[in-house]
Design a protein around this ligand. Structure first.
Ligand code: HT7
Ligand code: ZN
Length: 873
């Protein structure tokens, strides 16, 4: 496979003004007629050949301006159709046949259950018809869908329905018109036996919009939360960004087989059912919050992505980074902002940092790729969002909003670049963002080594920051970035933020400093007391910040920092220092001793009378094994697991009564609601129960069992089931799993949870369970949710995936080999944990590499080929 380079970008030779499509649906042989109204691009030379993308299509006919072409008048390859000598303005008619029932890759038109649906981003449209399948070709669409009235009573596409009617032989049709020019990756079609839930929304200018959520009949009771989330998101986007919805109809459809979370097709969002359906009995608090976030994300794309789209796929973060930033701030606004930030950063520092440090590291705007499907990554999405967040902080919200208004007004209906976006921010703020642009082109996580000193005599604090970005594949040398850091200096006597004076100017008590050089000194003057610095507050830049904090400093910040995020972070740093000692003790075979400073910090936390239970729950949560591993030069999975378990058990042993009190105070029999206050109390209660169950005493076991049996809501039931399943006692695990499995056998989304809980247990039978469950009737390798729930979750089970007999790696590699054939996009994603082989000891490195090489020997899809090539480079 060939790499595509950003530097080779050329505008398309021909643009499509209008696209007319007719689908005659049939599982084995759907006929697709396309009429494209084409014109030569003014910047391209006359006489250029017309090149259309097309894959896995059976061409039936081609005509230009009504004249059929013979086979010698065009060239047909595996990649598409080429016609030379076309006029500069013309109409192209093609007819092709495709087989949705055979499409297991879930790109293009495929079947999920009995229904037809599409996924066109990034390059799925070329599996539907011959077309210039690139985002800078924007056309209006008119789509007629023909189906069996009985089998497919519902026929949907983008825009508004303009005509419908009966046809002979029990067939019927609907024609849809989408007046907004769009790239073909936003095209969508859904057909099947679906039922709808309907609501209305009045936009800020008083227009009435019909909102519909289409689901299979049995899921009709699971749409309320998505609908309420959608309305909240629509209002929020009006109030926050001045963005109004632009069609009379907005539809969401839930499908069971879907490669990602959801897709923002114009007016017809298609969702993985896991990302839209909720019910208190079947979905956890986390799932409710995820649904709210994803519904908002897809809706926000209507402007950041659809009305203004990407010029090419290298600019993917233009729409994804901005939209993730928008959905993160939406969720922060409607829930608890500090908790949302803690959760986002926790995930980011674990997963994106690992990506940035591994063989598939790439810039937020990559400069080459083989398969764009491999670039829907945490770097493009989450690091892209962190960059937008830094921009917002750099220019301030008012200028950011002016920049956003300018961007949408200037580029409405266009396909643009990241420079275009940043230029609007620069123009609206008057700030120079040239150095800042490096964030988009330079891969790797910058590290800042900081140290500081207080000079009593001069009442000054000197803070020295030194930045360095490690080499990443293809990028050996890095330049200094512009890193804005929000910070405070917390007085050691007062426990308060001190006034910050820098170069004679006040920057407040919670100010932003700008690191632009490799090394820079910041001297804060007029400080009457010695401070402890609170740096990179709110994770104001996606960097690793090293400061030689003593444990006393961290305990002080944990108690006094005015920034909730950094208070939490101080606790995490304190725990990490203790865990470091314990990991070393485990490796050296010496007795493990608990750091009493951690115990005392927890005791204080547990006894604090706080209103913010959600933050408290986060503070009581130890860093995950994956995050601890990120901090280690060589990952020792067993030592990490043992050390973390030791801390948990020590804390539970010493503070048992406090945990018990917290548990009991937060038990609530009120009817379930996914409201912030209830969610906070549940998470605090469940964190307490986790500690109690780590020592598996009788009280804890009976609390977990009672919580499981009470069946009050899925958050509590799932948590209790997890604790019972992950305990050392199969006599607790097995009956609970059986009850749960039987009760929910009919619900695929709940069965996904059942799979995940079992394969993530730390006991050494997890691999055998995973193998056994892969034969379960509810499991299927062609359903991405099942693959993620079982195989993906097993690969996150650190002690068992990394077994020293290599059987965990083998299980994953076998699945990748099968999926390489069935669904390359999912295969390439599933492979990720094996690509991190360099982080482990030599024995594991050899075992992991051997599996990568075994995969390499197969006939590989471009997706898997690209990842394997990077992993073994
Ligand atoms: N923009 C959407 C990306 C997406 C996707 C990409 C590749 C393959 C399948 C996919 N399904 C959805 C989703 C989003 O970011 O909103
Ligand atoms: Zn998106």
């Amino acid at each position: 496979p060939q790499a595509i380079h950003l530097s080779d970008y050329l505008p398309p030779a021909y643009r499509v003004r209008h696209t007319e499509l007719t689908f005659d649906l049939d599982p084995a042989a759907t006929r697709v007629k396309a009429r494209l109204h084409l014109e030569r691009h003014p910047e391209r030379e006359a006489g250029a050949a017309l090149e259309l993308d097309g894959e896995q299509l059976t061409l039936e006919s081609v005509a230009i301006d009504g004249q059929s072409l013979g086979a010698d008048e065009y060239q047909l390859t595996e990649q598409g159709l080429r016609i030379e000598g076309v006029p500069s303005h013309f109409q192209l008619d093609t007819e092709v046949t495709i087989a949705p029932e055979a499409n297991t890759a879930l790109e293009g038109l495929y079947q999920s259950g009995g229904m037809f649906c599409t996924q066109c981003e990034a390059e799925g449209f070329r599996r539907i018809t011959f077309y210039p399948d690139r985002p800078d070709v924007m056309a209006t669409f008119s789509t007629t869908v023909i189906g069996q009235a009985e089998r497919e009573p519902v026929l949907l596409s983008n825009g508004n329905p303009v005509e419908r009617g009966e046809l002979p032989n029990g067939r019927h049709f609907v024609t849809w018109e989408d007046p907004h020019p769009k790239p073909c990756y936003l095209f969508a079609l859904v057909a099947g036996d679906l039922k709808k839930v309907e609501d209305r929304f009045t936009t800020m200018s008083g227009r009435d919009v019909t909102l519909q959520i289409w689901v299979e009949e049995e899921n009709l009771g699971k749409t309320d939360h998505a609908m309420a989330s959608l309305k909240r998101a629509m209002r929020w986007d009006e109030e926050t960004y001045g963005r109004e919805y632009d069609l009379d109809l907005f539809m969401i459809v839930a499908v069971n087989d879907f490669n990602m979370g959801a897709m923002e097709n114009k007016g017809l969002n298609i969702f993985n059912s896991a990302a839209v359906l909720t019910h208190p009995d079947t979905a956890t608090d986390a799932a409710f919050q995820r649904v709210e976030g994803i519904v908002a994300h897809e809706y926000f794309h209507n402007w950041s992505g659809n009305r203004v789209t990407c010029r090419d796929w290298f600019q993917l973060s233009l729409k994804e980074g901005f939209t993730v930033f928008r959905d993160q701030t939406f969720s922060a606004d409607v829930n608890s902002a500090p908790v949302k930030r803690i959760q986002d950063v926790s995930f980011f520092r674990t997963a994106q940092f690992a990506e940035d440090a591994g063989p598939t590291a790439h810039p937020v705007r990559p400069d080459h790729y083989i398969e764009i499907g491999n670039f829907y990554t945490l770097t493009i999405y989450e690091k892209g969002a962190e960059i937008v967040r830094m921009l917002r902080n750099l220019v301030g919200w008012e200028a950011f909003r002016r920049g956003s208004d300018l961007y949408f007004a200037r580029f409405d209906g266009q396909a643009v670049t990241i420079e275009d976006f940043v230029a609007c921010m620069a123009e609206a703020s008057g700030k120079d963002l040239n150095q800042f642009m490096l964030w988009y082109s330079q891969a790797g996580t910058p590290e800042i080594d900081a140290h500081g000193e207080y000079d009593y005599a001069r009442a000054e604090y000197r803070l020295v920051l030194r930045q360095r970005t490690p080499a990443t594949p293809g990028q050996a040398d890095k330049q200094a970035l512009h890193i804005p850091l929000r910070m405070g200096l917390v007085g050691t006597k007062s426990g308060r933020d001190l006034a910050l004076t820098l170069d004679g100017e006040s920057i407040g008590r919670d100010g932003v400093i700008h690191l632009r050089e490799e090394e820079q000194e910041f001297v804060f003057t007029d400080l009457a007391e010695a401070p402890v610095p609170s740096l990179a507050r709110g994770f104001s830049a996606p960097v690793k910040l090293n400061f030689p904090y003593s444990r006393e400093d961290l305990a002080f910040l944990l108690a006094n920092d005015s920034d909730g995020f950094n208070r939490w972070d101080a606790g995490q740093r304190l725990a990490l220092l203790a865990l470091d000692d314990l990991i070393a003790a485990h490796r050296n075979g010496v007795e493990k001793v608990m750091d009493t400073r951690v115990t005392e910090a927890f005791r204080t936390l547990l006894r604090t009378d706080t209103d913010d239970k959600a933050i408290l729950a986060e503070m009581l949560t130890l860093p995950s094994e994956a995050y601890i591993a990120e901090q280690q030069p060589v990952v020792d999975v067993d030592a990490i697991h043992a050390a973390r378990q030791f801390v948990k058990q020590s804390l539970a042993g010493t503070l048992r009564d406090d945990f018990l009190a917290v548990y009991q105070t937060n038990v609530d029999a009120a009817p379930y609601a996914p409201e912030p206050e209830q969610i906070a109390a549940r998470s605090l209660k469940n964190v307490a129960l986790s500690y109690l169950m780590s020592i598996e005493d009788e009280t804890a076991v009976s609390l977990a069992q009672r919580q499981f049996e009470a069946e009050h809501n899925m958050t509590d039931v799932r948590h209790a089931l997890t604790l019972l399943t992950h305990s050392s006692r199969d006599d607790l695990a097995d009956p609970a799993l059986k009850t749960f499995g039987q009760k929910w056998a009919h619900d695929p989304l709940v069965m996904d949870q059942w799979f995940s809980i079992q394969v993530s247990r730390p006991q050494d039978d997890a691999l055998e369970r995973a193998r056994f469950l892969m034969e379960h009737e509810a499991f299927s390798l062609t359903n991405p949710n099942k693959v993620r729930a079982l195989i993906g979750a097993f690969a996150q089970n650190r002690v068992n995936f990394h077994r020293l007999d290599g059987e965990g790696y083998k299980l994953l590699a076998n699945a990748v080999i099968e999926l390489n054939r069935l669904n390359p996009e999912i295969a390439a994603r599933l492979l990720t944990p094996l690509t991190r082989w360099r982080r482990f000891d030599e024995t594991r490195q050899d075992l992991m590499k051997a599996e990568l090489e075994r995969i390499q020997a197969e006939d590989l899809s471009p997706n898997v080929y690209e990842v394997i090539e990077k992993a073994l480079a």
